[in-house]
Unconditional design. Structure first.
Length: 185
């Protein structure tokens, strides 16, 4: 005897990946590309999620350029829209020490220090984050997740854009949007 299949809602897979030069210009470009991609996926500029993603991508890309740079090697930005959250991954090719601290082990820098606040911001803005060994080696990946507002769904216009989504079951999401108060409905 087999159990009847459990009904599942539509599955939307959205992934954006880009290799960038390990330079300050590459770090700036990573932030701009991330914001534009999130906007394409229906997370408008200026929302809490978009602003948090901008800061996190800027800090992780700056860290990849400053601390993870290997001459002649790029870093990679990967964005994914997973169920209920935006996943940000920044990978570099530096192996060995110094390793970034683990979540919860990030310490604030001295009040007058000129650096050392990047992962403090990531720790404060991210709902979840971790440091992983890069696949394929060498290097490391910092993976961050930011939860989307409850009930978030992309609007029909975002789903109709070519390449914007791969969808199972062929259903369209309900029409939704941001209110004047900045809430998703």
């Amino acid at each position: 005897m087999t159990a009847p299949p459990t009904p599942q809602g539509p599955v939307t897979v959205r992934v954006f990946a880009q290799r960038l030069s390990a330079t300050p210009r590459g770090a700036r470009l990573a932030r701009h590309l991330a914001l534009n991609q999130l906007h394409t996926w229906g997370v408008p500029h200026g929302t809490d999620t978009s602003e948090a993603a901008a800061v996190i991508v800027a800090e992780l890309a700056a860290n990849a350029v400053t601390h993870g740079r290997v001459p002649g090697r790029d870093f990679e930005l990967r964005l994914s829209l997973v169920t209920g959250s935006v996943r940000i991954e920044v990978s570099d090719t530096r192996s060995g020490p110094p390793h970034p601290p683990a979540p919860g082990a990030v310490r604030s820098s001295a009040a007058l220090a000129e650096s050392g606040r990047g992962l403090v911001l990531v720790d404060a803005l991210a709902d979840r984050w971790e440091v992983l060994d890069r696949e394929p080696p060498p290097g490391k990946t910092v993976r961050v997740e930011i939860d989307l507002p409850s009930g978030w769904k992309p609007s029909a216009e975002q789903c109709d854009r070519p390449g914007a989504s791969l969808r199972a079951h062929g259903t369209r999401p309900a029409r939704a949007g941001w209110t004047a108060e900045g809430r998703w409905e």
